[in-house]
Design a protein around this ligand. Structure first.
Ligand code: NDP
Length: 326
C-alpha cells in the first residue's frame, strides 16, 4: 500500500493506492518475509506530510512505513529459517525482501499481535514515557489522555503496578467503561459526554502529579489547570493536532508550570533503543504474571489498511489498531 497523494486535513481512501510490484529474489544476507499483521499508528500521519519533523516525509508512491510481523519464507542468513515469525519495519506490504539485520525474531509463545502491541513499540512507549519521563512515585495521581488507546491502556496499568492512583480520559461511554473495567483505571472520564473540568476536579482532589499526554489540545489545557506541586507532564503525542492544516494556537496557560514548578518533556521512543531489552523483559514478566491486559482492534485485508488508519484517527478503534494480511 503506497501514498498516492498527501492528505489535506483528514486522510481519505483516495490518498492511498494498492500497487503490485515484481518481487526480487533474496540476495546474500537477505530474507523473504510474508506479512501476517501490519501495525497502524498515529505517527504515520506525520510521515505523509512535508512539515518539518524528526524523520523524513514519505515520497509519493512509497510504501506506507510500519512495523510488521511476518513469517520467513526463504532465508540467506544463518539467524533465520523458514517458518520463523519475525518483526521489522517492513511497511504495509504483503511480501518483503529485507536484510536480516532489520529483523528481530518473535520469541516462541508470544502472539504476533502482542509483538506489535504490549511487547512492541507501543509497550515500550508506555513503559519509558511513564517510568523515565513521568517518574511516578507510589501514591501519585497519574492522568492519561487517549487512555483507552494502544499506548494509553498500558500506561494506566503500569501506573497501577507502581502503586499510583489512575485517571483515564477517552472518547465515549464505552471507552470510559473500558478504562475502569479492563485497564484498571480508578476513574474513567468520557471527554465527549462529560464536563472534563468538573470530572478532573472531582477525580484529582490533591492535583495531578503525572500527566501522560497522548492528545494535546483542550484536554491538555484542562489538565494543566489541575497540576500538583512538582508535577511531570509527559508529552507522548498530540493526536488532536495531527490533521490540522495550520497549528492551533495555545496552550496559553504555560504560566501554570511556574506556579506548580512543573516539568513538561517530550520524548521519542527510538532514543531508548539501547534499553529495549530491559523493558521487554519487564513487560514480558508482567504479561506472564497476568498483570497486563491488552486489547487489539484488528481489520482484515491489506486493502482495508487505509480505512483502519482513518478510523483510528477518528477514535473508532477499541485498542491497538492492526491489519491482518489475509
Ligand atoms: P491510539 O490507539 O490511542 O489511537 C488514537 C486515539 O486518539 C483514538 O482512538 C482517539 O481516542 C484519540 N483521538 C483522536 N483524535 C482525538 C482528539 N481530537 N482528541 C482527543 N483524542 C483523540 O493510538 P496510539 O496509542 O498508537 O498512540 C497514542 C499517542 O501516542 C499518539 O499521539 C501517538 O502519536 C503517540 N506515540 C508517541 C510515541 C513517541 O515515541 N513519543 C510512540 C508511539 C505513539 P478517543 O476515542 O478516546 O478520542
Amino acid at each position: 500500500m503506497t501514498l498516492k497523494r498527501r492528505p489535506q486535513g483528514e486522510p481519505k481512501q483516495e490518498d492511498f493506492e494498492l500497487v503490485e510490484n515484481e518481487l526480487s529474489e533474496p540476495g546474500p544476507g537477505e530474507v523473504l518475509v510474508r506479512s501476517l499483521l501490519l501495525s497502524v499508528d498515529p505517527y504515520q500521519r506525520g510521515r505523509m506530510s512535508e512539515a518539518r519533523s524528526y524523520a523524513k516525509a514519505l515520497e509519493l508512491g512509497e510504501t506506507i512505513i510500519s512495523q510488521t510481523v511476518g513469517e520467513v519464507l526463504e532465508s540467506n542468513h544463518p539467524r533465520f529459517t523458514p517458518g520463523d515469525v519475525v518483526v521489522g519495519q517492513l511497511g504495509w506490504t504483503e511480501y518483503a525482501v529485507v536484510p536480516a539485520h532489520q529483523l528481530r525474531r518473535v520469541p516462541d509463545g508470544v502472539p504476533p499481535a502482542a509483538a506489535l502491541h504490549v511487547l512492541g513499540t507501543t509497550g515500550l512507549t508506555a513503559y519509558f514515557g511513564l517510568l523515565d519521563v513521568g517518574r511516578p512515585k507510589p501514591g501519585d495521581t497519574v492522568v492519561v489522555s487517549g487512555a483507552a488507546g494502544a499506548v494509553g491502556q498500558l500506561v494506566g496499568q503500569i501506573a497501577k503496578l507502581m502503586s499510583c492512583r489512575t485517571v483515564g480520559i477517552a472518547g465515549g461511554p464505552e471507552k470510559a467503561k473500558d478504562l475502569a473495567d479492563l485497564y484498571r483505571y480508578d476513574v474513567g472520564i468520557d471527554y465527549k459526554g462529560q464536563d472534563v473540568d468538573a470530572a478532573l476536579k472531582e477525580a484529582c482532589p490533591d492535583g495531578v502529579d503525572v500527566y501522560f499526554d497522548n492528545v494535546g489540545g483542550q484536554i491538555t489545557d484542562l489538565v494543566l489547570l489541575r497540576l500538583a506541586l512538582h508535577a511531570r507532564v509527559v508529552i507522548c503525542g498530540q493526536i488532536s493536532q495531527y490533521n490540522n492544516q495550520q497549528p492551533e494556537l495555545g496552550p496559553r496557560n504555560l504560566g501554570l508550570l511556574i506556579v506548580y514548578r512543573a516539568r513538561m518533556e517530550g520524548f521519542l521512543i527510538p532514543d531508548y533503543a539501547h534499553r529495549f531489552e530491559e523493558a521487554l523483559t519487564r513487560l514480558g514478566r508482567w504479561l506472564a504474571e497476568g498483570k497486563l491486559t491488552h486489547r487489539e482492534h484488528v481489520t482484515e485485508g491489506i486493502e482495508n489498511a487505509p480505512r483502519a488508519f482513518i478510523g483510528m484517527l477518528r477514535g473508532e478503534n477499541r485498542g491497538k489498531t492492526l491489519v491482518r494480511v489475509t
